[in-house]
Design a protein around this ligand. Sequence first.
Ligand code: HEM
Length: 540
Amino acid sequence: MTNQPEQPSTPAHPPALSGPGQDSETLTTTQGAPVSDTDHSLKAGERGPTLLQDHHLREKIMHFDHERIPERVVHARGAAAHGTFVSYGNASQLCRADFLQPGKETRVFVRFSNVVGSRGSMDTARDTRGFATKFYTEEGIFDLVGNNIPVFFIQDGVKFPDLVHAAKPHPDVEIPQAQSAHDTFWDFVSLHTPAQAHAMWQMSDRGIPRSYRMMEGFGVHTFRMVSDSGESSLVKFHWKPALGVHSLVWEESQLAAGADPDFHRRDLAEAISAGHFPQWELGVQILPDNGTYTFEGIDLLDPTKFIPEELAPVQALGKMVLDRNPENYFAQTEQVAFHPGHMVPGIDVTDDPLLQARLFSYLDTQLTRLGGPNFAQIPINQPQSPVNDMFRDGFHEHRVPQGIAPYQPNSLDGGCPYMSQMASGEHPPLDFPQALGDSEKVRAEPASFSDHYSQARLFYLSLTAQEQAHVQQAYSFELGKCADVAVRQRQVDCLTHIDQQLASSVAEALGLEAQRAPADLPQPQPSAALSQIGGRWPVD
Ligand code: HEM
């Protein structure tokens, strides 16, 4: 027997914690029965064997044993905050979405993340950053699941597992900084050349942001907005930080990785605690929906392309302020489930093949990650608008649905929930004759996806001399980690398509030859528009 101090009938202090599952002043089991000792297991005598009948011991250990859930297959490391989005209302002619009407305030939850690193990795690694925003609108959830880089590595979602397998640490030793991980990444990027533009952004200072508060965000794909009258426009989403875009220099990023692996997470949480609330403007580039899905020679369904702002300025739609840190990391930051298919009336997808694959992937992975089909009921994922989905049962069903007839049509239970009236333009007609079924099924990429270099070049040439020097140093450092000389050489060959001087300086740093563009690599095919922007496309 242990001598327990007598419990006062009224505790001297109210419990420090409250909230669901923490509303008793007395420690209890999960069944609500009082617990008198949580420090000693029940034993047969002071030094005797532990007794299986100790339910509190078994329940406490059982729960602890299952505290971890699978980390996200990508974007595992992240940090988040709550906030508010206020609409300026100037998109109300363009888009019928309620949250974009004048003055409308909408709660948001934003999660920033690293793509490749595991949940325990360091914040400042060179990587793309996720920028995912959940809008709790009165018409349901709208998720804008973007990145801090406006282009992506691949043009078709079927390549996503290949990309991630090449970028993640090797499956044998799983050492992220091992040479082998660099070998596979550069092997993929130099063979699958649509990845060259994204790789260029990653090797630039954008790959090592100073702070989440100083990052732009991009929806990457082309989305569709539909007005009240059914008119459709194509848009690219942008987040513009009020603090401007700032980066670390490489040495800072390496030092921070050792001295403060939580550098970005800490920065976000401390800024919010100190009342320095980060702000962004949400904006769109508006592009005509004329059935061609091209703009100034750029294929709008190709997610490896961005639209230069000189060609289509970003028009601000509203402001987001993040003003509250999460109350609980696991319950909110870890369990939040974003999905590019969470849309509201007035916003729709396009036929971008990368976006189409994403529409499948997120639901599918969350089914495993969050333990079954009911993760929309987790508080952070719950819409703030009324829900009646007629779904039933499944693991972790927390609702207690009433009635006997969750099916449609029915004449019992007072009938079914009403269907909303389909607004005009909700499903715009198919534009492509092939899509109507009069052509063969194909696994092929359109010719308009074949320019893999001109935007990498455009971006590189838009940088200052100092920023270009950082890019050159980043390629030299990262390729220097790559043990396979043939892979290094192939990537340098790719750089010759982007900028000969860049290729030469990287080749020299690596002791390689800077070849002229070899005939066996696809030749750059710059679009007409890109060749004219600011006169920055030098004609070889
Ligand atoms: C997670 C962005 C492409 C599959 C995420 C997250 C972001 C993001 C921001 C983190 C969400 C969070 O914070 O919880 C993007 C962007 C893409 C892209 C901008 C391309 C433009 C893809 C593709 C696939 C994919 C092509 C698969 C076909 C996933 C998966 C997760 C994820 C499985 C983990 C989701 C979870 O466990 O909750 N992505 N992604 N992504 N993404 Fe993507």
